[in-house]
Write a new protein. Structure first.
Length: 228
């Protein structure tokens, strides 16, 4: 009889311990992922502006270009900790404008009779693009002021070769940067950020000078789906 009572007591203690274990483990290890809903996702239309493309030694070699970017940035959470969120963050770029690109025309050489391409002016070049390879890390996402860091890779299609005539109209692109998220209400944030943006044809054309941009961004982020 006493053995049976002891068994009941041990069973009761084990039941209480198992019931309280999730609460105890959730309260410890502030850096460990917590069980929180990941159903929500966000969309951020944004505008970015860059002036006077910087010239480096290995990436962009083209000076005096300005950028205007109109993009749509999405964030799909993958895993969360208590104060951070790691997410897949692809972008669509329905419009990019790069200024000050040479225009050309063909003329016939009087001596040889052959057609030659000569520069005859400067104008803007427009394009569209996507960046399907993309990640973002957010900090303090549930606070009134949060921070983010992100990077993307993709491609851009322009209406003509850029930045010179013997380059290509299609260019590969990558960027990286970060910024601040300012909460407007429960499902809306204002994004203010910066990113370094690079485009080039990756040596798939006779010339590959590349173009860089220091892009300053302003966007309005809106959350959809489940609980934050």
């Amino acid at each position: 009889m006493r053995t049976t009572n002891n068994r009941h007591r041990v069973g009761l203690l084990l039941t209480v311990a198992l019931a309280t274990l999730p609460a105890v483990t959730g309260a410890q290890g502030t850096g460990a992922p917590t069980v929180r809903p990941l159903r929500h996702w966000t969309i951020t239309p944004y505008v970015g502006i860059s002036r006077h493309s910087p010239v480096g030694h290995h990436w962009g070699l083209t000076p005096d270009r300005h950028h205007v970017l109109v993009g749509v940035h999405a964030v799909f959470p993958i895993v969360r900790g208590r104060r951070w969120t790691f997410a897949y963050a692809p972008e669509a770029i329905p419009l990019i404008v790069v200024s000050n690109n040479p225009t050309y025309r063909s003329v016939r050489n009087v001596s040889t009779g052959e057609l030659e391409t000569v520069e005859d002016g400067r104008s803007n070049v427009t394009g569209i693009g996507i960046a399907p390879i993309a990640l973002e890390l957010q900090f303090d996402a549930s606070h009134p002021v949060g921070f983010y860091a992100e990077g993307t890779m993709g491609g851009l299609w322009f209406t003509r070769n850029i930045p010179v005539v013997d380059a290509r109209s299609f260019n590969f692109t990558f960027d990286f940067g970060g910024g601040v998220r300012l909460r407007v209400n429960d499902r809306t944030w204002l994004r203010v950020g910066y990113k370094f943006h690079h485009l080039s044809n990756a040596n798939t054309a006779p010339t590959n000078p590349g173009v860089d941009g220091k892009v300053f961004l302003l966007g309005l982020e809106r959350s959809f789906g489940g609980s934050l």
